[in-house]
Design a protein around this ligand. Sequence first.
Ligand code: NAI
Ligand SMILES: NCC(=O)COP(=O)(O)O
Length: 329
Amino acid sequence: MDTQRPPLALTMGEPAGIGGEIAAKAWSVLRQEGPAFFFLGDPALLPGVPHRRIASPAEAAAVFPEAVPVLPLDLPAPVTPGRPDARNAAPVIAAIEQAVALARSGAAGGVVTNPIQKSVLTAAGFRHPGHTEFLAELAPGEGPPVMLLAAAGLRAVPVTIHQSLRSAIARLDAALICRIARATAAGLRRDFGIAAPRLALAGLNPHAGEDGTMGTEDRDIIAPAIATLRAEGIDARGPFPADTLFTPHARAGYDVALGMYHDQALIPVKTLDMAGGVNVTLNLAVVRTSPDHGTALDIAGQNRADPGSLIAALRLAAQLADHRRNQAA
Ligand SMILES: NC(=O)C1=CN([C@@H]2O[C@H](COP(=O)(O)OP(=O)(O)OC[C@H]3O[C@@H](n4cnc5c(N)ncnc54)[C@H](O)[C@@H]3O)[C@@H](O)[C@H]2O)C=CC1
Ligand SMILES: NCC(=O)COP(=O)(O)O
């Protein structure tokens, strides 16, 4: 294991979800080879594995082969698996804030977040729809944050994210598509080393609108956005009918697909690779990844959770952090 590399900060996420279980399972797989991480949360959430409290991330690498290093955050309410309690919202949010602060200071190599129960945090007064928006406030980059889902054989970005389908369609305009596409291209160049990323943009409507006979957004909003991007030298193509954009043949022709709304981009990723897909936020001042799945309250506390996506998220965060460090050197 590379002990020179700063450890990753892993947040606890929703305490009543599967975050603690997959963190414990991920540690069991990674403890010898790394990447090393420390858990920001209540150590009682880690079932069946040894843990050791640490006072600073600098202690994590030495502890990691033997136990999960934990920077403890106490929970005010008892945890019942599958039943989130809004009284625990404050430390859940504090874990994210601390992870970002540690990554910004260089003490942590990057931030890996366990899933939060968004509705519960919202009910407790959290005013961000998800991590992506919160992290953009804590560690802004030069442009908008971009939610990129990276899976085996597919990268996909939703142009609009945490909003109703009705409001996503109302929100869609050429300026937004261009902003997200530019930030996606810049993120792929910076973090993934793809010098000239090929972007494929999905249409919004069936058959990409079929010349305006099945909706006009493809012709009047998405096509002009693509023309603008191409004039700027970005290899953007489309709009393509979304129903055939994710076939193996189509996927071979681009580096990233841009969907116009959340599920258009996320359904193919999770269908192809739920256990290996990773959510990456591009264009932050820190590296941030996350498993592609949510809190899985229906299986919490049952030892049934698959840690694959979290393990992939930890590995990808380490790779991205190495890449940024090498570029800075
Ligand atoms: N990054 C984040 O913080 C994310 C948070 N969420 C939140 O999670 C909550 C629940 O969302 P859902 O749509 O129900 O999605 P979900 O991913 O939590 O669950 C969907 C289905 O997949 C299963 N599943 C999920 N992860 C699994 C794993 N690692 N191993 C085995 N089975 C697994 C669940 O048991 C469930 O049947 C919501 O509050 C949502 O906002 C969802 C996605 C990402
Ligand atoms: N479905 C993906 C998702 O909701 C991830 O959101 P975020 O918490 O990473 O912003």
